[in-house]
Design a protein around this ligand. Structure first.
Ligand code: NAD
Length: 362
């Protein structure tokens, strides 16, 4: 098992990454001295089809906890104020109080929703995240961002609420649908691009073992990813500056995902496309060697992440203009000087971005 510490003043916590950790969850949370009553929030399939919830519940009960399980339907639609209200009411009816804790078992949807409820129910109670998707294990479970969507846009209501512990059991990834798994790999490649040349080299070398979901390989890679995200979060917990580097590939990614229509391409494919655009733009500006752009493209192709849906560059541009990071006609863009590093670049002249969008049209 790898243990990583996220060093935040007064809110430091550990991320545990390993195989077969769910059935040890009672033991693993013991030193947090959580209250007796726990609300476990998960999806029906993770409870009934895969048996992950029962592994957690048995272990928690053995450790002396009273556990109530609340299941939430899968899908992004569940990240809503309605579901948050439903969850609050279920947990109150189950007898949770200010000393209780909420555990989330699932991907980013369950983590964001349950984390948001933990942040607000009784003005905030303890939260433990048990991520079961690759995206959640390398990205959404680290950093304390919680929230729900509005019909007007994604993640518009939320707050920061750091977990007391994150337990990433790599064996759960064996049952993850292949598209979800590959989608999570886009964030892994992003972390390597922004901060870790060595990780990029490992991804190139171990691509087969990764795609086979070999547990020791995944454990090493997920641990390395959490360390990268933890370092960024430690430097900028509330996204005042440096945390923006995590948006590499996301400005164009979000735009293309929305322009194609949510669900048409995966978030990972959209981010992959966004990274290709950001890197091509960096090459065009003389910032990044063309060889690094080719390495990125090869790796993304290896992970089958280059999207094929048809979206016009004009439409993508329209969505970029709506980006939250756009202020007074200037877009905060993340460019790369090469594999392993990024730089923040305000973009006001759009000509070269427009040309790159045409060159790399999907
Ligand atoms: N808080 C953050 O910092 C942060 C960062 C990135 C993304 N997010 C959010 O994360 C969400 C996306 O998360 P996601 O990609 O994990 O998707 P998800 O939570 O919707 O999970 C994807 C699907 O996989 C299923 N699933 C989960 N684990 C499984 C397993 N082990 N085996 C089989 N099926 C499994 C789920 O039931 C679901 O149907 C978005 O809402 C996004 O906004 C948050």
């Amino acid at each position: 098992m790898n243990t990583l510490r996220v060093n935040l003043k007064g809110r430091a916590y550990d991320i545990l990454v390993g195989a077969n950790l769910l059935c040890r969850s009672g033991d693993l949370i013991r030193r947090l001295e959580l209250g007796r009553r726990i609300g476990l929030v998960t999806h029906p399939a993770l409870a009934e089809t895969y048996g992950y919830a029962s592994a957690v519940v048995s272990s928690l009960r053995e450790a002396g906890h009273d556990v109530s399980v609340v299941t939430i339907p899968p899908g992004e639609e569940s990240k809503s104020l309605d579901q948050a209200a439903h969850l609050c009411r279920e947990l109150v009816r189950a007898g949770l109080d200010r000393g209780s804790a909420i555990l989330s078992l699932g991907g980013g949807v369950i983590g964001d929703l349950a984390g948001f409820v933990a942040a607000t129910l009784f003005r905030g109670i303890a939260f433990v995240n048990l991520p079961t998707t690759l995206l959640a294990q390398v990205d959404s479970s680290v950093g304390g961002k919680t929230g729900v969507n509005l019909p007007e846009g994604k993640n518009l209501v939320g707050t920061f609420h750091q977990p007391r512990l994150v337990v990433a059991d790599v064996l759960t990834l064996r049952t993850l649908p292949v598209r979800e798994f590959r989608s999570g790999l886009a964030e892994v490649v992003k972390h390597a691009m922004i901060a870790d040349q060595e990780l990029f080299r490992i991804l190139e070398e171990d691509a087969d073992r990764i795609l086979e979901r070999d547990p020791p390989t995944l454990q090493a890679i997920i641990g390395r990813n959490c360390a990268i995200k933890a370092r960024v979060v430690e430097a900028d917990e509330r996204e005042a500056g440096m945390r923006a580097v995590l948006n590499f590939g996301h400005t164009v990614g979000h735009a293309v995902e929305a322009a194609a229509g949510y669900g048409t391409i995966t978030h990972g494919e959209a981010v992959a496309y966004g990274m290709l655009v950001a890197t091509a733009l960096s090459v065009r500006r003389g910032l990044c060697p063309p060889a690094d752009a080719s390495r990125l493209e090869r790796l993304l192709r290896r992970f089958d992440l280059v999207p094929t849906a048809c979206v016009s560059p004009e439409l993508v541009e329209k969505y970029i203009v709506r980006d939250k990071k756009m202020r007074d006609g200037v877009l905060q863009f993340v460019l790369t000087p090469g594999v392993g590093s990024v730089t923040l670049a305000p973009i006001s002249g759009w000509m070269d971005l427009r040309e790159v969008l045409h060159d790399l049209q999907v």
